[in-house]
Design a protein around this ligand. Structure first.
Ligand code: SF4
Length: 297
């Protein structure tokens, strides 16, 4: 378990990855970001037709050491969620070593194929404390017991599934298998736009199924969590009692977290936001403060 003070509250991160905030005040006011969603590459061989980052096998990698002010100003025990086909990045391991020295928790997301192909490497990264949590993005229609078995062999592992892509059939294969699932909202951005145009009927059907069954999913999975877009798309608030909502809701995007695109050298409130700002010589705190001020506009 790790504890740290941030603004007027204390954050506790338990060994299973659960995060709890405490304060004696009426609201939680942070001094620095708890979590940054960071894109480190536009290169990905997987070619998902709905990829909102528009990644391709010809996409560019970020130079992960181009922004020393950013790297040197990270706060211990905060989290960095690294997205994209991370394992192909030639600087990934050195970057993870730098994060570990700063006592920053690195979480990485890989898709289901990458997870199976790179299982030993991921295990080694986790065993060496270079990676804390692992997100495995579901490939709809291709989940099987072998993937589920391998997921059980690692710690702090969460299946990522996109609202509108996750099907009833996927859920029936996944349910009651001791899995933690994170539901991510469908992003109408880049390839997400064309995919929605060509497959709107199927996407809407999948969304409707989830909307109807999201409450039951809490029985079928060990943990069900949501990003803020999924909370909106599934109207999760309707199924959570008010006192529980106050306890579990982790805040709007840009209030405790923000997004950094290291490939383009930009930061924003979240990955969906088109209002982006240059990283330049800013520290992590400069960027977060900037986003907090933008929230007031
Ligand atoms: S959605 Fe993820 S796995 Fe698929 S192409 Fe985009 S980055 Fe690659």
């Amino acid at each position: 378990m790790n504890l740290y003070k941030n603004g007027n509250y204390t954050v506790m991160i338990m060994n299973d990855g659960t995060k709890v905030r405490y304060t004696k005040e009426d609201s939680f006011i942070p001094s620095f970001a708890e979590n940054c969603d960071v894109k480190i590459t536009d290169m990905c061989s997987q070619g998902c037709p709905f990829c909102y980052e528009g990644c391709t096998k010809f996409g560019a990698h970020a130079n992960l050491f181009k922004y020393p002010f950013l790297l040197n100003s990270l706060h211990p025990y905060t989290e960095m969620a690294l997205n994209g086909n991370d394992l192909d990045h030639p600087q990934l391991e050195d970057f993870l070593i730098s994060l570990k020295r700063k006592k920053v928790f690195a979480n990485i997301t890989v898709n289901q194929n990458q997870f199976m192909t790179n299982f030993d490497k991921l295990k080694e990264l986790q065993d060496n404390g270079l990676v804390y949590g692992i997100g495995v993005s579901l490939i709809s229609g291709e989940i099987n017991d072998d993937v589920i078995h391998h997921m059980r062999l690692l710690k702090n592992i969460v299946l990522h599934a996109i609202v509108g892509i996750l099907t009833e059939k996927d859920i029936s294969k996944l349910k009651n298998k001791g899995i933690k699932i994170l539901l991510l909202g469908y992003k109408n951005l880049k390839r997400g736009v064309s995919y929605m145009e060509s497959n709107s009927h199927q996407v809407m059907n999948n969304m409707s199924y989830l909307y109807e069954h999201v409450y039951e999913m809490t029985d079928w999975f060990d943990v069900v969590s949501f990003d803020n877009l999924a909370i909106d798309q599934l109207d999760v608030k309707r199924i959570v009692p008010e006192d529980k909502w106050d306890e579990f809701y982790m805040g709007d995007d840009g209030h405790y977290t923000f997004y950094i695109d290291m490939v383009k050298g930009e930061f924003a409130k979240n990955s969906l936001s088109q209002e982006r700002y240059p990283i330049g010589d800013m520290t992590i705190d400069d960027m977060f403060k900037f986003i907090l001020e933008k929230n007031q506009d």
